[in-house]
Ligand binder design. Structure first.
Ligand SMILES: Nc1ncnc2c1ncn2[C@@H]1O[C@H](COP(=O)(O)OP(=O)(O)OP(=O)(O)O)[C@@H](O)[C@H]1O
Length: 210
């Protein structure tokens, strides 16, 4: 699918840690490189070995980061430990200016902030088939210590609860079989326009009443 979707608003993908949203997001970008792009985040942390400046992150001093917050330069920002991370509004606008659809992989607090920002976006929540499967994926990834797994599972429960709030997400995709979840995501992104959706909704309403 190489042509742009009808709805070119940024796409926000969120979901609990280990659910596979990073996997889905990377597939979307690698299978449609001419359509989608991501926004490089700003961070106040130092580059790690193997990371490239202006590719992995925009590495920013704390003072500069804070003045960007003051100027409302971020659509969302968060603090993890002593470090701050943010998604710049200017970056999103620049990518849109290049004719690409911006895709962001954002955690729950970021989703809340983007809802408050002037950015109009489409929101996808990736849900696990069950909590035991989520736990197995977190363990299977082999990147987390036991304490971190427990923390992520507790946070996952909060996120799943939040995902049930009316109007927060446009679609919830259960990542059971990866390719099935991927194709559901593509159908949503490239699929029917809001107008067609509304019309179909009306028609469905008529047929039920009839
Ligand atoms: N449908 C699936 N079936 C089985 N395993 C999967 C599926 N989707 C992803 N995985 C695996 O689950 C693990 C977690 O996936 P991933 O790292 O993409 O999660 P994430 O939601 O991006 O997590 P984080 O927010 O911590 O980065 C990975 O090992 C990935 O290969």
């Amino acid at each position: 699918m190489a042509s742009l979707p009808t709805d070119t608003r940024p796409i926000i993908i969120s979901g609990p840690s280990g659910v596979g949203k990073g996997t889905l997001y990377k597939l979307l970008l690698s299978r449609n490189p001419s359509v989608f792009c991501t926004s490089i985040s700003h961070t106040t942390r130092d580059p790690r070995p193997g990371e490239t400046r202006d590719v992995d992150y925009y590495y920013t001093g704390m003072a500069e980061f804070e003045s960007l917050i003051e100027e409302k330069g971020f659509v969302e920002h968060a603090k993890f430990g002593d470090n701050r991370y943010g998604t710049s509004r200017k970056m999103i606008e620049e990518m849109q200016g290049k004719g690409k659809v911006v895709v962001l992989d954002i955690e729950m607090e970021g989703v809340k902030q983007i809802h408050q920002s002037p950015i109009s976006a489409r929101y996808i929540f990736v849900a696990p088939p069950s909590m035991p499967i989520l736990e197995a994926r977190l363990r299977g990834r082999g990147t987390e210590k036991e304490e971190s797994i427990q923390k992520r599972l507790a946070q996952a429960r909060n996120e799943i609860e939040y995902s049930k709030t009316e109007g927060v997400h446009d679609i919830v995709i259960v990542n059971d079989d990866l390719e099935k979840a991927y194709s559901e995501m593509e159908t949503f992104i490239f699929g029917k326009t809001q107008e067609q959706g509304a019309k179909q909704g009306e028609m469905a309403g008529v047929s039920v009443q009839d």
